[in-house]
Write a protein that binds this ligand. Structure first.
Ligand SMILES: C[S@@+](CC[C@H](N)C(=O)[O-])C[C@H]1O[C@@H](n2cnc3c(N)ncnc32)[C@H](O)[C@@H]1O
Length: 370
């Protein structure tokens, strides 16, 4: 943010609170930060935080010329610098959502997907309420045989994709990995299915041995990871030779998909498909909004004090199709990647903790690609 060095990875503090005090001032607080400011500044801060709501790593955001200097300085105090090696601060936001909205009917947290003309005749009646986010998972594994396969869904959130994969295909086992403990508890309660289990962990340090999965899926989660190249290397490690990585996410930095592709190719992945699905995701988000709003509003409870969270979630989700997608500020990309048939000797075969740090370096940065 300051100076001219390389851009730092930053994100808005996921848990910003506003409290009106006597004398017309507002107390703004987030973990490790607390300050008083005018109502006007608080409103501007709130609008900016809501518009970005922890979804995008926001290193250039505060350069916007229309931003008032006082507000810019206050906003800077609400940014977390990310140390690049551990799990994600953004996961705190999902953890809060898991704690304040622990309802097992809320099982997806992705934007959804729908073709211009789409038949949902394959959908089971119990899934009608979240057909658009479920359809994103379906699109991602389309044409892939999962029968008798070991499948890992990383950043599984509230478990909707894992449940879908285990009920619609016949995998040997589906494992959902999630960083947030509240989401994980919810997954276990909401999806008591045979051949489905959930594990707590960090995408950048997977708690599995090498070559243990045939297919890895990752939906709208990697934007939370401070160091995505560690995640890519981990996926490569846990996939068996020739295994498939089905990967999709939203990118607020339009250069990032090309960087991600270079990182993945440097690890030996072969890109079998790469699609810009922004328009279909935007359509899915818009089409699914009414169902999502109904679901969330039905969960507001005074006892849990979750009204503010629900309002801020709905407000930011409602704006995304227009402000992020139609405006061209964000793209949604989907990849189908295949791990090479043989494991290369220079790739760590066991858990990353057993290997020196240089195995975990960013291949793109090392090649001078960034
Ligand atoms: C937008 S949600 C998507 C959830 C799910 N994939 C879906 O489609 O509904 C992103 C999820 O990634 C999880 N996450 C964030 N950082 C993570 C990390 N380092 N390791 C594993 N999961 C992480 C968050 O806790 C959150 O549940």
């Amino acid at each position: 943010m300051e100076g001219t060095g390389p851009p730092r990875l930053v994100s808005f503090a996921p848990d910003v609170r506003f409290e009106r005090k006597l004398g017309g001032v507002v107390e703004v607080s987030a973990p490790g930060v607390r300050f008083l400011t005018s109502e006007r500044n608080a409103r501007l801060i709130r609008q900016t935080v809501l518009a970005h709501s922890g979804r995008f790593l926001a290193s250039e955001l505060l350069e916007a010329p229309e931003l008032d200097d006082a507000v810019r300085q206050l906003l800077q105090r609400l940014l977390h610098a990310v140390d690049g090696t551990t799990g994600s601060r953004l996961a705190d936001l999902y953890d809060r959502i898991g704690r304040e909205l622990p309802d097992p009917r809320f099982v997806f947290q992705n934007h959804g997907f729908v073709e211009e003309e789409e038949s949902f005749d394959w959908l089971l009646p119990e899934d009608v309420g979240h057909k658009y986010p479920l359809n994103l998972a379906r699109y991602l594994v389309d044409g892939l045989s999962l029968e008798d396969r070991m499948v890992l869904d990383i950043g599984c959130g509230r478990g909707g994709t894992c449940s879908f994969l285990s009920r619609y295909f016949r995998p040997r086992q589906v494992v959902g990995l999630e960083y947030s403990r509240s989401c994980l508890a919810l997954c276990r309660r909401a999806h008591p299915l045979p051949r489905l289990s959930f594990v707590c962990g960090d995408a950048a340090a997977l708690p599995f041995s090498a070559a243990s999965f045939d297919v890895v899926t990752n939906i709208e989660s990697s934007h939370c990871y401070p160091a995505p190249w560690l995640f890519f290397a981990e996926v490569r490690r846990v996939l068996r030779p020739g295994g498939v990585f089905c990967y999709t996410d939203v990118f607020g930095d339009l250069e990032e998909p090309a960087r991600a592709r270079r990182r993945l190719e440097a690890l030996g992945f072969v890109v079998e498909r790469q699609d810009d699905i922004t328009a279909r995701v935007a359509r899915g988000l818009t089409a699914g909004y009414a169902d999502f709003e109904r679901l969330l509003r039905g969960m507001v409870s005074e006892q849990r004090g979750n009204g503010e969270l629900v309002e801020s979630m709905l407000d930011s989700i409602k704006r995304i199709p227009e402000e992020a997608y139609a405006s061209g500020k964000a793209v949604y990309v989907a990849w189908r990647l295949r791990a090479p048939a043989e494991h290369r000797a220079d790739h760590p075969a066991e858990h990353p903790a057993d290997h020196p740090a240089e195995h975990r370096a960013d291949p793109v940065a090392m090649a001078g690609g960034d």
